[in-house]
Design a protein around this ligand. Sequence first.
Ligand code: FAD
Ligand code: DLZ
Ligand code: SF4
Length: 507
Amino acid sequence: MTILVPVFGDQLSLNISSLRGQDKRRSVVLLVEVHQEALYVKHHKAKLVYIFSAMRHHAELLRSEGWDVDYVTLDDPENSGSFTGELARAIERHSPHQICATEAGEWRVKEMLVSWQDRFDVPVTLRSDDRFLASHSEFEAWAKGRKQLRMEFFYRDMRRKSGLLMDGNEPVGGQWNFDIENRKRANRDNTIPRPLHFPPDKITREVMELVETYFGDHIGSTKSFGFAVTRGDALNQQAHFLNHALAHFGDYQDAMLSDEPFLWHSILSPYINSGLIDPIELCKQVERCYRNGNVPINAAEGFIRQIIGWREYVRGIYWMAGPDYVRRNELGATRSLPDFYWTGQTDMHCLSQAIGQTLEHAYAHHIQRLMITGNFALLIGANPQEVHEWYLAVYADAYEWVELPNTLGMSQFADGGMLASKPYAASGAYINRMSDYCRACRYEVKSKTGPDACPFNALYWDFIGRNEEKLRSNPRMAMPYKNWDRMSPEDQSALRRQARKFVETLG
Ligand code: FAD
Ligand code: DLZ
Ligand code: SF4
């Protein structure tokens, strides 16, 4: 009598629900590296190295904890290339009387798991993924009957539910949100912490060769690869963040500096999303830092909000919106992303910085994703599905449940405001305020028209003019439309002409 427990690449937690309560002597844990997962988009090479290496190290950890692990490598000549094919082969090998898995993290794989129930002659049990605070039904119950879904109100419920940063029924510090304090501009006089770099060990080096052999044509490089690939090292990065970066996380959360890819961010998302770090445990540590007087409230609250607010909220939206969410395109955007999204070769310095570090590290922080690459794609009217596939491929932390709502909803406004109350569209002035990029750019951020004008300016006004029908009635867009109305028709036409001319150069 054997229970087969498939564990996917984003379930690398010893306390994943599928393993809980299983008898180690009667269970086989199955981990499989499959082409299907490596190719549903052409993932960044560093992302592939991270996931395969973390899976291999996790298998070692499970074995050391007494589990019987069946691990299928990508280059196993018998490897069928898919989860379903590998499950079928594992059933042949182990003749299980039951299969038990934790629910999948995305619609594509969920549908596959549901099909197993009909396909195989072995009962399949699916358990919910309780690494999150809110279950799917809890989120739906919260959303039901609300005219508008807003993260802030959901977040307050999650604070109450988790007890994080609460004094009884009241939020610590007397207010729920300290975001207003979190918009400082960084400068080079600040001491900027660097994330830990973990030199590749033997397993990681083997995986690097494997990835180069099979996926050499994928985007990105592994030259600077320094991600943790074990829970122990991920916890070292967590401690490093808490001790050296968290105190200023809030202040400089929205800041950007040339050649500083990480600033005061945690660089923990790949570990949280694949299971090496427990998000709630991390939030408790952050709260402890605040209560011990080591970090200010705006840092602790700002960080905890990202995890129990945004992260939980986007997951809720993803599952509630259904598998067709990916096809939404409220603004009817159809343009292809320019080639420089794959090379970083552009004379727009902000874009070359954000894309350049993405190619090198499979990482960019939130404001770069939202206000540089995302903003540019939104302004040129890029097809949201194509933008989504780019984000899903290039970041080490990207899984559809978290990437899609952030990209399609928050960044491209393609869901018409289901997730965010207004489009995150901005001209060069915003980028100049929050970064030092413009100083090193060949364009003039203050110019709107002419050969040296910052392209973001005309593109921004073209976006406002082009989408007037859809956006003018949005109360949060009142100010941009007031400014647009103040312009003469000649000035409006000149801006739109400038934008059109620029977009033609993108090919
Ligand atoms: P920090 O800035 O240190 O933040 C701490 C943690 O908060 C993160 O590790 C993450 O777990 C969580 N978090 C912060 N913002 C968000 C958010 N908006 N949604 C969900 N969790 C959040 N995040 C992903 O994990 N995977 C993605 O594929 C992803 N795609 C994105 C695409 C776009 C267009 C945008 C605008 C944002 C995306 N994000 C995604 C959210 C955010 O950019 C990353 O979580 C963050 O940059 C990860 O870096 P960090 O660990 O240093 O985060
Ligand atoms: C992202 C990814 C990749 C590239 N490869 C694998 C893999 O070979 N085996 C695996 O179990 N998981 C992989 N993953 C993560 C899965 O895509 C992720 O676990 C599912 O999308 C969950 O729904
Ligand atoms: Fe980017 Fe414009 Fe600034 Fe250049 S001037 S860095 S294109 S915002």
